[in-house]
Ligand binder design. Structure first.
Ligand code: HEM
Length: 454
């Protein structure tokens, strides 16, 4: 029997059937597979043999394992179509560490304060729009906030023709990339053969976006260093690799698109899920409001308030636990690797499962219940709570995302009274590679007081 045949048990249906089941009902598929045991395998057509790990100690072993054996970049290969071949997301080994070193400093936690103003002003614009509407989709409003915030963080501007064109073409591009059958399309239209297509909208829109971005990169290169606005693009243009070489335009393009793509929908869908989880719970809403009243003294949240909002922080963490948008992360084995006492051969894709780890009753008693208090009672390690993955591939935008979620939620809860329409149901459905709410997390909003006029 080959080593591949001795993988842990799992569904035996055709890999195309498994891919379709995962595409249409991602979480239900994973939950159904869990009946095979704590560790199980499945095969998605075009992607190979995947072993899902749900035990915290196994996930820790993978996150601590040798990155030369555990290749995440290879597992993310389908993203290269959008983010490019030099993106940190799709590289492994030394080239990955090289790109990660470049992106880390601009995304450090202490830099977040610089973005407070734009995050809050975008949230206030949303508050004004929502208060006049009957019922709104949280996801589209959050996508618009997070796209404008991340573009501002990357480009250092939020007006002008270049900004408008990049905003518009990124919006259209991501609308294409959000197709629920994106994994199936990847099989049907492999990028190697279709990248120059003039018909497929994704590739057409990508060319339009790239042309504009390269124009902006050239304009910024022509500016004296002291004149460039403070932003990630300027940071990248001023950096050097360890060997003293500069960062090429292609690397800059790929880094910018990586940050725009990884840092926008992820946070927007997580915010939409946070409304879906928090609003039906009057007790949670009341504690968030009481904390805001206490910390912000009846004013709009200020930069120094955000770190004081402990209950809101716990509610955000609980929402990311119960409704994480990426159900698992991937590591393609380049050699034999032993985890949980089992040795897996090269070629197998080990998948630390975020969704099923977060549903473990031994870690999270009454796991289906939204209970922010958990995070005030105990501290969870990165192999127990990991919406942002882990090890040498842990999300580079974790500090950015958590900060943005708190600023946006604090501002909206301070200015609006929000409720879910009666009978609203949000089923988890695919939005590209992520999982979002089927109804967009609908809500109704009314002005709480005159703070939104601030
Ligand atoms: C709530 C929002 C977010 C969630 C849930 C999230 C989740 C994740 C996950 C699960 C990974 C894969 C980790 C692994 O393989 O172990 C990842 C990687 C990454 N994320 Fe995020 N992310 C979010 C927001 C952001 C933001 C705002 C940015 C940028 C500003 C960002 C940039 C990245 C990058 C660059 C990587 C690749 C890291 C590497 O491969 O070394 N993410 N994220």
């Amino acid at each position: 029997m080959s080593a591949l045949n001795s993988l842990p048990p799992g569904p035996t249906s055709h890999p195309i059937v498994q891919l379709l089941r995962y595409s249409f009902r991602p979480l239900a598929f994973l939950e159904d597979c869990a009946r095979w045991g704590e560790t199980f395998s499945f095969r998605l057509a075009g992607f190979g043999d995947m072993v899902q790990l749900t035990r915290p100690e196994d996930i820790r072993e993978v996150f601590r394992g040798d990155p030369a054996i555990l290749h995440a970049g290879e597992g993310n290969a389908l993203l290269a179509t959008l983010v490019g071949d030099t993106s940190v997301l799709v590289l492994d080994d030394a080239p990955h560490s090289r790109q990660r070193r470049i992106l880390m400093p601009p995304l450090k936690g202490e830099r977040m304060l610089n973005f407070f103003e734009v995050m809050q002003s975008e949230a206030l614009t949303t508050a004004r729009t929502w208060a006049g509407e009957d019922s709104v989709r949280a996801d589209t409003a959050m996508q618009s906030i997070t796209l404008r915030v991340i573009l501002r963080a990357v480009l250092g501007i939020d007006t002008g023709d270049d900004f408008a064109e990049l905003e518009d073409s990124m919006k259209r591009l991501l609308t294409e990339a959000r197709h629920p059958l994106v994994l199936v399309m990847y099989n049907l239209f492999p990028p190697k053969r279709h990248a120059n297509s003039r018909i497929l909208p994704f590739y057409r829109l990508k060319r339009r976006f790239d042309e504009c971005l390269y124009r902006v990169i050239a304009k910024r290169r022509a500016m004296a260093a002291g004149q460039r606005p403070a932003c990630l693009l300027s940071d990248l243009q001023e950096m050097q690799h360890d060997d003293g070489s500069g960062i090429s335009d292609v690397e800059i393009r790929d880094a910018v698109v990586t940050i725009l793509a990884a840092g926008h929908d992820t946070t927007a869908l997580s915010l939409a899920w946070a409304f879906e989880q928090i609003l039906p719970r009057a007790d949670v809403v009341a504690r968030i409001e009481a904390e805001l009243a206490d910390v912000c003294e009846g004013q709009l949240p200020r930069p120094q308030d955000i770190a004081q909002l402990d209950y809101l922080d716990a509610a955000v963490r609980e929402s990311l636990r119960i409704r994480n948008i990426l159900p698992f992360v991937v590591r393609v084995l380049k050699d034999d690797f032993t985890v949980g006492g089992v040795t897996y051969p090269a070629g197998v894709i080990l998948c630390p499962s975020i969704h099923l780890l977060h549903r473990r009753e031994d870690l999270y008693p009454q796991a289906e219940t939204f209970r922010p208090e958990r995070y005030m009672e105990r501290k969870f390690q990165s192999h127990e709570w990991n919406p942002f993955g882990g090890g040498n591939r842990a999300c580079l935008g974790q500090a950015f995302a958590l900060y943005e979620m708190k600023v946006v939620l604090a501002t909206l809860f301070a200015t609006l009274t929000m409720t879910r329409p009666e009978g609203a149901v949000s089923k988890p459905v695919r939005r590209g590679i992520a999982v979002g709410p089927s109804d967009g997390a609908r809500l109704q909003a009314k002005y709480r007081n005159n703070l939104a006029d601030a």
